[in-house]
Design a protein around this ligand. Structure first.
Ligand code: UTP
Length: 312
């Protein structure tokens, strides 16, 4: 195991890759003509939170891997001249900033994944842009609460241990089959483990642990050569987990254990929870919304949720 002596003074990772080319079948029909990454979470598309997280961790170059409907994502992170002019003419500076912010978050690039051949293939599409440097991958539909510092911690671990870093979350045994699952050993450091193996969506009885891989990675460029020769795996897709399994077998993958707030907006029930939780936390909407929500839930408990209620 290569262990670097001291953290770099300048961050060694500058680039983030955001795969957003999946079919989003779990969220049909909403995702028929809109990428699931563009579904609004309160008043911003999910993918904007993800790019904000990358920027907050100091990553100033973001490559979106897009598929069908790439226009919506491209347009969101571009300038909207007519809209900006109209808002400027009205003197509506708050909305003007909201419209301009996405394009100012980072240096944003786009690449097309022709066919959605899997997450591993989406990451491989970033090879030319990334080059021979470590890089972060943030799944475009996986939200980490803005108050968490998971990505910064992962970047710090990469700086100290080299190799690749995955984010792991302990899940109940009945949910393990929904994720990539990691076999781990202690690293000697609190909250950090050595990953010795990875298996994509194992049956409960085959799972090596309850540690699920969630949608944040800091990858060594060595992953690209492995992905080049990774055959389609589970579901006929080129799986990032399969490539990481090879790197893990070589002893170069660490896991950061995360127990904070994380939302899978590609799942309908989790999407609803995300919107409610983040709306409750918003200073501009929260107080009124929470008051309404309490009344609504009380109504559900009384069994009269159908009754028309006055707006809070
Ligand atoms: P998912 O596992 O959620 O798959 O992808 P999916 O196809 O998008 O959605 P469902 O399961 O059909 O509802 C995880 C992430 O990887 C991206 C997705 O956009 C999402 O951000 N992805 C997946 C790609 O970019 N390309 C692919 O070929 C597959």
């Amino acid at each position: 195991m290569i262990r670097m002596s001291a953290p770099h003074s300048a961050p060694s990772v500058r680039k983030a890759v955001v795969p957003a080319a999946g079919l989003g079948t779990r969220f049909l029909p909403a995702t028929k003509a809109t990428p699931k990454e563009m579904l609004p979470v309160v008043d911003k598309p999910a993918i904007q939170y993800v790019v904000e997280e990358a920027a907050a961790a100091g990553l100033d170059d973001v490559l979106m891997v897009t598929g069908r409907h790439k226009r919506a994502i491209e347009d969101h992170f571009d300038h909207a001249f007519e809209l900006e002019q109209a808002l400027a003419a009205k003197g509506d500076t708050v909305r003007l900033d909201a419209v301009r912010d996405p394009a100012r978050l980072a240096d944003i690039h786009h690449i097309r994944q022709g066919d959605p051949l899997g997450l591993g293939h989406a990451v491989l599409c970033a090879r030319n842009h990334v080059g021979d440097q470590p890089f972060a991958v943030l799944l475009g539909d996986d939200l980490i609460d803005p108050r968490e510092t998971l990505l910064s911690r992962m970047l710090e671990i990469r700086d100290r241990y080299a190799g690749s870093v995955v984010a792991l979350m302990e899940v109940p045994p009945e949910q393990v089959h929904l994720y990539g699952c990691a076999a781990v050993e202690p690293s000697g450091e609190d909250g950090v483990v050595r990953v010795t193996g990875l298996v994509e969506k194992p049956a409960r009885e085959d799972a090596p642990s309850r540690y699920a891989v969630i949608g944040r990675y800091v990858l060594d460029p060595a992953v690209f050569d492995v992905l080049e020769r990774t055959a389609p795996g589970r579901g006929g897709e080129i799986q990032l987990t399969d490539a990481l399994q090879e790197l893990a077998a070589g002893g170069t993958v660490h896991g950061v254990i995360f127990s904070g707030r994380r939302y899978d907006t590609g799942d309908k029930a989790d999407y609803l929870r995300t919107v409610v939780r983040l709306a409750c936390d918003r200073p501009d909407l929260g107080p009124e919304f929470v008051a309404w929500l309490k009344e609504f839930v009380a109504g559900l408990e009384d069994g009269d949720a159908d009754r028309e209620r006055p707006a809070a």
